[in-house]
Design a protein around this ligand. Structure first.
Ligand SMILES: Nc1ncnc2c1ncn2[C@@H]1O[C@H](COP(=O)(O)OP(=O)(O)OP(=O)(O)O)[C@@H](O)[C@H]1O
Length: 269
């Protein structure tokens, strides 16, 4: 189990190529918390995650991981603090699964040092966590989309960082693997910030949520308080209800009506 680290963003303005996308985002994440970033397509989820991960320079404001400005750290030190899995990241086709996962160990390796028992164990543990042990010797171009996604997540886990920043980690995963991923991230003890589109998974699987809309954080706070119909409606233009699961009593967010925009009118004739 890795010890999670604190993450804070203060009055963050983030953009792409100097073009402002999001402004005034403030976020305080306690060590070991899971934070979901949600919002409609183009609302700025990837832009925010890239700024939090130190991949882009904030246009204004600050980001600190474990009290440190990531951009001030050399690459290897940063890669020992934070693992990033991008929305479209995929393993190189010609690598075997275990080789792709072993790339997560690079920040710890000395040049020309062979791989030791500890490294093989770390790769094996990460593969087991995502349920890919049986495919360790398969070429990555012979995997399904969901299996490739799990390879990238295993590589991030093998990096053994206190923070993982994951852009749509549940893409391509079936419902059981989505639930398992959230459970394993929680069990790992790491701090996680992840974007996703499943609002109920965000509400019931994550501790905090950030809802992006109109170039800012429309709501930030405990996931069960933020992911409610009163916020979902303006953020997505979709009506929602909270319905209790008769077995657990836990309330689930159910999207209950068509989008207020008339999509039929937009359909090509
Ligand atoms: N170079 C650029 N110049 C201007 N705008 C850009 C540029 N690159 C991306 N954008 C815009 O920035 C906005 C935010 O993009 P971003 O990828 O952060 O959204 P997202 O919430 O992750 O979307 P999705 O759910 O579709 O993945 C989008 O409207 C996008 O078109």
């Amino acid at each position: 189990m890795s010890a999670g680290v604190a993450l804070s963003a203060t009055d963050l303005d983030a953009g792409v190529d100097g073009h402002l996308i999001l402004s005034g985002v403030t976020l305080d994440v306690a060590p070991g918390s899971l934070v979901a970033v949600v919002g409609e397509n183009g609302s700025g989820k990837s832009t925010l995650l890239r700024a939090l991960a130190g991949l882009t320079r904030p246009l204004a404001g600050t980001v600190a991981v474990d009290g440190t400005d990531l951009r001030a750290l050399p690459g290897r030190a940063r890669a020992r603090l934070l693992a990033w899995v991008g929305q479209e990241d995929a393993p190189a086709e010609e690598l075997l699964v275990w080789q792709a996962v072993a790339l997560g160990l690079v920040p710890y390796q000395r040049p020309w040092a062979g791989s030791g028992t500890g490294e093989r164990e770390a790769v094996g543990a990460a593969l087991a966590q995502v349920g890919l042990s049986a495919l360790a010797d398969r070429r990555c171009d012979h995997l399904s989309g969901g299996e490739r996604r799990r390879v990238m997540l295993a590589r991030g886990l093998a990096q053994r960082t206190g923070l993982m920043v994951l852009d749509e980690p549940t893409n391509h995963l079936d419902v059981a693997h989505q639930q398992e991923l959230v459970a394993l991230l929680r069990a790992s003890g790491r701090t996680v910030v992840a974007s996703l589109h499943d609002l109920d998974l965000a509400r019931n699987g994550f501790d905090q949520a950030v809802v992006l809309h109109g170039g800012r954080a429309l709501a930030t706070g405990p996931a069960t308080e933020v992911l409610v119909p009163e916020v979902v409606r303006p953020a997505f233009g979709v009506d929602a209800s909270l319905l209790p699961d008769p077995a657990t009593g836990r309330r689930h967010l159910v999207l209950s009506a068509p989008r207020t925009r008339d999509v039929r009118a937009e359909r090509p004739r």
